[in-house]
Design a protein around this ligand. Sequence first.
Ligand code: NAD
Ligand code: MG
Length: 337
Amino acid sequence: MPTMYYEGDADPALIARRRVAILGFGSQGHAHAMNLKDSGVDVVVGLRDGSPRAARAAEAGLKVVDPATAVDWADVIMVLVPDQVQPELYEDVIAPNLNPGDLLLFAHGFSIRFGYITPPPDVDVAMIAPKGPGHLVRRQYVEGSGVPALIAVHQDATGNAKAVALSYAHGIGGTRAGVIETTFSDEAETDLFGEQVILCGGIDSMIRAAFETLTEAGYAEEMAYFEVLHELKLIVDLLYEGGISWMRHSVSDTAEYGDITRGPRIVTDETKAEMRRILDEIQTGAFAREWMDEYRAGAPNLLAARAAVTEHPVERVGRELRPMMPFLVEKVPADDV
Ligand code: NAD
Ligand code: MG
């Protein structure tokens, strides 16, 4: 069992005595900044000149300054810009304004684990990573609860890194739910593995293959959409609430028998061997290098795939069917990397 920390393990006064800069005001940034402010912490949001998010941060009653000013003013700096943008922001804005004894915080281990950011030895480096999207981190806090978070210390120059990071976690509501101790490596590697083999890569490849199999066999696209995409939510909710046993208990016996006999034919020993190879690419840094090279080249493959998937029949039929379900709020992805 990893070490867990709760409310009583954190000293809220530590972060209250610091000046906190939140860099970025996206999913995580808005939640961290607003929760800290409501916890009585002295916080500013660092945003580029002309950032469309500046108005929203100001409306929320937050102080907004440019990122360099924010880092210079603060002694705790939380980096909440996209992972692929962090190295450049670090070189241009963070590094020149860091002071000895500052605490540099991340919500994901990518940049540190794969060597894209190497802070000087005289600063503390730690991670507070909520295990949920920002809107949930904010909503749970407002409701008096919290989202579990991970804590990791990469570098402890002052001897206080963990205590101050834990105090930060308290300020965003994380200790209300529980904070689990880990390392930058374990967090970065398991996070990438999860999103590649199941959460994103695994699931959406299975959806498209299953949809194609049904429609190529002559079944209606609308039927295929409901069976292989829409109904996934019911199953994921059951897994989330009570694990595999609860899901199997809740579906019909026919579905359960199909699960135990057919599932292993979909995910075979060969699939598992490929998962192992994907994990190896993560651990050696090959995936991180490939992605950063792709991003620095203008993300041509990412943008091409993003455009192509909108043409897939499962996407087209989904766009046609979802308006039939007024309980769904229309979601249109933004066109940025
Ligand atoms: P996001 O994409 O929602 O927001 C990014 C913010 O950075 C925005 O305010 C954007 O305007 C700003 N930004 C973009 N490009 C910039 C640039 N070139 N210079 C300066 N600012 C720029 O990102 P997010 O999902 O909140 O992720 C932030 C961090 O939190 C990442 O390290 C991510 O891995 C981590 N994290 C995210 C989640 C999640 O569910 N979204 C959960 C845990 C951890
Ligand atoms: Mg993740």
